[in-house]
Design a protein around this ligand. Structure first.
Ligand SMILES: [Zn+2]
Ligand SMILES: [Zn+2]
Length: 316
C-alpha cells in the first residue's frame, strides 16, 4: 500500500513536470517581442503618394532613433486635386461678347472647369501690345482676334515703336480684326499700318478726316475696307499692294484720292457712297484700277464691279 502511494506520487510528479515542459515548449515557439529600448521619436509625415481627385494618397513617418521604424497612413481622396489639361476656347472673346474657355481633368473627364475671357477692349496701345504678344499664332486657322481699340492717338508711322501699327507688325503671324470705332484721333498718319500682315479687317472711326500716304500699303491680309464719310482725303498708295483686298467702300466726304491709292489686281468691287462727287482732276489716273476712274466720272455714286479676269469696271 505504501508503495502504491509512492507510485502515484511519482506519476503525479512526472505529469506535472511533463506539463510544465509542455508549457515551457509553447513559450519557446512564440517568444514575446523584445521590450522596446526607446520611445519612438517620429519625424514629420512625408507624403509618398499625393491624394488626387480619384485616388487616396499615402504618407509615412520614420523614427529618428531607428530608421527601420516606420508608420504609414492613408491620405483621403482630395476632390480638388485635379490634373488639369490646358484651357480650350469654346467661345472666342470679341469686343462685344465675353469669351469662354474650358479645361478638363486628365484623371476624370467629367471634371471640368470653365472661365470667362473678358471682352477685348483696350484703351491704351501698350495694353493692346501686352495682350497681343501673349496670344498664339493664328495663321494656321486664320481666325482673327476681334479687338476694339479706343484711343485718342494711334501713334506715329512705321518707325514709331509705340504705334498701333507697330504692335500689329511685330505680331505679323497673327490675325487681328481691329475695330477703332470708339477712337477719337483724326488722322491715320503716313505709313501708320504699312505692311501690317496681321490686319484682317479694320473699322476706321468717324473721327478720321484723312488717310495718309502708304497708310495701309502692303497689308496683305486686309480683305475689305470701309472709308467713313468723315474722310476727305486718301493719300498716295494708301491701300496699294493689299493682295487680299477685294472690296472697298469710299465715303461720300472723300474729295481726293492719291496716286496708286488702290493699286493692285485684287479689287473686284468698289462702292462710292451716296452723295460721292469727287472731281476728275482730284483722281490721278493711277489712283483707281482699270477704267474705274472713267466709269466713275460719269456714274458717280454706286457700286462698280470688275469683269472676271478682265479690268473693265461697270456700274451695277
Ligand atoms: Zn523607434
Ligand atoms: Zn479631377
Amino acid at each position: 500500500m505504501k508503495n502504491l502511494f509512492k507510485l502515484f506520487g511519482i506519476i503525479t510528479l512526472v505529469a506535472v513536470i511533463g506539463f510544465s515542459f509542455a508549457a515551457c515548449g509553447d513559450d519557446n515557439s512564440a517568444p514575446p517581442p523584445p521590450p522596446p529600448t526607446h520611445v519612438h521619436q517620429w519625424g514629420d509625415w512625408v507624403v509618398t503618394k499625393a491624394a488626387t481627385c480619384t485616388e487616396n494618397g499615402e504618407e509615412t513617418r520614420t523614427c529618428t532613433i531607428d530608421a527601420t521604424h516606420k508608420e504609414t497612413e492613408e491620405i483621403p481622396k482630395d476632390t480638388t486635386a485635379h490634373d488639369w489639361g490646358s484651357w480650350i476656347q469654346n467661345i472666342p472673346a470679341t469686343y462685344t461678347v465675353d469669351g469662354q474657355e474650358t479645361r478638363t481633368c486628365n484623371l476624370n473627364a467629367l471634371h471640368k472647369e470653365t472661365r470667362i475671357v473678358p471682352q477685348l477692349i483696350f484703351t491704351s496701345i501698350s495694353d493692346f501690345a501686352t495682350w497681343l504678344a501673349e496670344q498664339s499664332d493664328t495663321t494656321a486657322t486664320a481666325i482673327p482676334y476681334y479687338v476694339k481699340l479706343n484711343v485718342s492717338d494711334l501713334g506715329g508711322n512705321s518707325g514709331d515703336t509705340g504705334s498701333a501699327g507697330n504692335v500689329l507688325r511685330t505680331n505679323n503671324t497673327k490675325k487681328v480684326s481691329l475695330d477703332l470705332s470708339g477712337s477719337t484721333f483724326t488722322n491715320i498718319v503716313n505709313s501708320a499700318f504699312n505692311h501690317c500682315d496681321s490686319l484682317r479687317t479694320i473699322k476706321i472711326p468717324d473721327s478720321v478726316t484723312s488717310i495718309g500716304n502708304s497708310a495701309f500699303l502692303g497689308c496683305t491680309s486686309l480683305a475689305s475696307v470701309t472709308i467713313p464719310d468723315s474722310v476727305t482725303s486718301i493719300g498716295d498708295s494708301a491701300f496699294a499692294d493689299c493682295g487680299s483686298l477685294t472690296s472697298v467702300t469710299i465715303g461720300s466726304g472723300v474729295t481726293s484720292i492719291g496716286s496708286y491709292a488702290f493699286y493692285g489686281p485684287s479689287l473686284t468691287s468698289v462702292t462710292f457712297a451716296t452723295g460721292s462727287n469727287i472731281a476728275d482732276n482730284n483722281i490721278p489716273s493711277s489712283a483707281l484700277p482699270g477704267n474705274l476712274k472713267t466709269a466713275y466720272s460719269t456714274g458717280k455714286a454706286g457700286t462698280y464691279t470688275r469683269t472676271t479676269g478682265g479690268d473693265t469696271w461697270t456700274k451695277q
